[in-house]
Design a protein around this ligand. Sequence first.
Ligand code: SF4
Length: 427
Amino acid sequence: MGTEPALCGPFLIHRHDRVFESCCPFCGLVCDDVRVEVEASGVRVERPDCARARSLFAVPATGQSRIGGQPVEAIAALRAAAALLAQARRPLIGGLACDVAGQRAALDLAERVGGVVEHMNGAAQFRNWLAFQDSGWMTTTLSEVRNRADLIVFAGTDASRFPRFFERCIDAGSQFGPLERTVITLGATPAGGRGTAHAIEPVDLAALFADLRIRLAGGTGAPNGIGGVPAATLDALLASMKAARYGVLVWNAAELDFPHADLTVQAMVELVRDLNRETRWAGLPLGGSDGDTSASQVCTWRTGYPLRVGFDPAGPRYEPLLFEASRLLAAGEADTLLWVSVFDPARTPPETACPRIVLGRPDMRLDAMGPQDVFIPVAVPGVHHAGILHRMDGVVSLPLQGPSPSALFSAAQALAAIQREMTHAAA
Ligand code: SF4
């Protein structure tokens, strides 16, 4: 029998020797059917055939702390991080790619040091949140898509950033009997390689959805169509949407990367609302990777706001525009960056003039470290220790296993240790 993994506790659901059933933390689907084998060289994914999971489960169990690029003991790195935060006037606690425990610890630390919290996917998240806060939205879950959706319209995305989306949600049969599905893509290539694709630039989607709303309300849409999509095609698309029994409009805010894309999200949300007068429709905003859904959930239940929150003496302050991370750094309003990124070694911190403290995967490479920059390697939830992560649809939090324990701190432990070093230094 294999060694009992530390920290797995009640979340260990299956074990045969060194083979573990696990949830995968490496994209917003958080697939719950991954089987991994722990070998001498590390963790190997037995199934499914997901290249992203295979590559990211393979992470070393040890790492080297550094200051200014030079190797140091872990305690020295923690003390250097504590000293930087103690002297900072407005630190930015960014990245936030970690599990729920890590995000809670990050908020604790932000509250202590008067920091601002923002996720590395904040630009995409806030395209959704601005629309949601303005008018609300009607969204659905991955299970509902799988079990009920008979028409799925992809807008500006082919879902390829979520490698198993089609396998898990579209190709999987409904639990309620036979279900014929139609897939339509508004974009360059058919999502999942199937159905019909109508080529249109993402920046034109807002006008297209506004036009569909006009047609739906009985008005006359643009006679020449929108963004290269002919008027007759728009009429046919709307007829299909009205005929659906359960339609789902899918978008990925990360791929709507242009100014004021929140208005495109709002146009989609409003079309979904209007379609519900005819039949059943819902939106499905793709996302959730790098723990971004968890981060906004944790911040909301702790402060009432979905990130971009600064901790002032009077309490948490929400500034969805002023507290955008790249603006804070470019304007010099943040004077220290603490960056947490434990899932993907490619998600390194931005270059910035202020000192950086990086809590990263042990295989993260930081090529250009400034003299004050601190790197602390941390364990990966779902590989080295147990944890909890919210799926992209936000309705379930899933347990991560820790099949291959590591001596490294978890992100939560490292953040708590930094706080302790601040307390010791102040005493
Ligand atoms: S699709 Fe995403 S969550 Fe599922 S196994 Fe692949 S990387 Fe992991």
